[in-house]
Design a protein around this ligand. Structure first.
Ligand code: F6P
Length: 345
């Protein structure tokens, strides 16, 4: 049994106790950048929540919808036929107003008016900062780790990254075909914000000559040398995977080579994949991960285990306190960075 107390914006003191069988109305939202598998997670939350006997509400447009009371009841049929869809049927948003205490109090008032007793937040880093802030104000929240960036502490793999990785890889495979025909080197830029995870894994799986990520410092002249040597070793094409957060992006690298009249042997092209990576249908891995994450999130609420993030650790679905999630930075595997260099021979 968990007891909470908080003050609504109108000054009303809310006192509630939760535990097995006490919860009646629970809401779910998707926040931040959409990720393939979010719909499968919504479906799982709604159906496992209904199985506990709750009313489940969807919040439209993430935290923005919390502050303006955009809640809609969700039935089992409302989430039928969505497991294979990319994006999010609830809509997502970035909501700077929710970063203020005033904004969060607006949301608490809307929850109280609608009788919503707990919230499940499907999202990445920024979204889970919001979960933690709400949780600190005494509201029952459970997060689900979801971002294509895979930069969230508390989950070794986040929802959406596997599908995004496969989309990037398909693009790389196609680019290698045309690159080989023309003896070109392609600099392919992938998403990831400040994290090099997507670039590193795309580069390893795509057989890149070089992988440029924010976590490792580099100079364009070094990359020029690596490409020149690859050409001299007789490679038919060159591939450099560049993280969007790297010191130089793909176009800046090409511009540098041209301005400095670098003769690399290969002709050069830059391709920026961008949001293409976010829009795909979730693959089997993400659909199943989403389904397991959703079920764990409702189980946590049922048990009164609030203020936690649902994630994947050593193959198991786990919960980690949001305070720990938001105060730690996930690190890239240094061994994989070294392996990528060895394989580029
Ligand atoms: O966090 C997911 C992500 O796709 C990042 O990889 C990228 O930097 C960012 O979102 C793009 O944000 P937006 O969709 O607002 O352009």
């Amino acid at each position: 049994m968990v007891e909470i107390r908080y003050t609504r914006l109108d000054g009303f003191e809310v006192f509630a106790s939760y535990g097995d069988g006490y919860m009646k109305r629970v809401a779910v939202l998707t926040s931040g950048g959409d990720a393939p598998g979010m719909n499968a997670a919504i479906r799982s939350v709604v159906r496992t929540g209904l199985a506990y006997g709750w009313e489940v509400y969807g919040v439209e447009h993430g935290y923005r919808g919390c502050m303006s009371g955009q809640f809609r009841p969700m039935t089992a049929r409302d989430v039928g036929g969505i497991i294979q869809l990319g994006g999010t049927i609830l809509g997502s948003a970035r909501a700077p107003a929710f970063e203020t205490e005033e904004g969060r109090r607006e949301a608490l008032r809307e929850f109280a008016q609608a009788g919503i007793e707990a919230l499940i937040v499907i999202g990445g880093n920024g979204s889970q900062q919001g979960s933690q802030a709400l949780s600190e104000m005494g509201f029952p929240v459970v997060g689900i780790a979801s971002t294509i960036d895979n930069d969230l502490y508390g989950s070794e793999i986040t929802l959406g990254v596997d599908t995004a990785l496969n989309i990037a890889l398909e693009a790389v495979d196609r680019l290698k075909v045309t690159a080989s025909s023309h003896q070109r080197a392609f600099l392919v830029e992938v998403m990831g914000r400040d994290s090099g995870y997507l670039a590193l894994m795309t580069g390893i799986a795509g057989g890149a000559e070089a992988i440029l990520i924010p976590e490792v410092d580099f100079e364009p002249a070094e990359i020029a040398q690596e490409l020149r040597e690859a050409y001299q070793r007789g490679k038919a094409h060159g591939l450099v995977v560049v993280a969007e957060g790297a010191k130089y992006n793909a176009q800046a690298m090409v511009d540098y080579f041209r301005e400095n009249h670098e003769d690399l042997g290969f002709g050069l092209r830059a391709t920026i994949l961008g949001h293409v990576q976010r829009g795909g249908m979730p693959g089997a891995f993400d659909r199943n991960l989403a389904t397991r994450f959703g079920a764990k999130a409702t189980e946590a609420i049922h048990k009164g285990d609030f203020g936690v993030l649902v994630g994947l650790t050593k193959g198991a679905i786990t919960t980690t306190p949001l305070s720990e999630v938001t105060s730690n930075v996930k690190q890239l595997d240094a061994g994989l960075i070294e392996l990528a260099k060895t394989l580029a021979m």
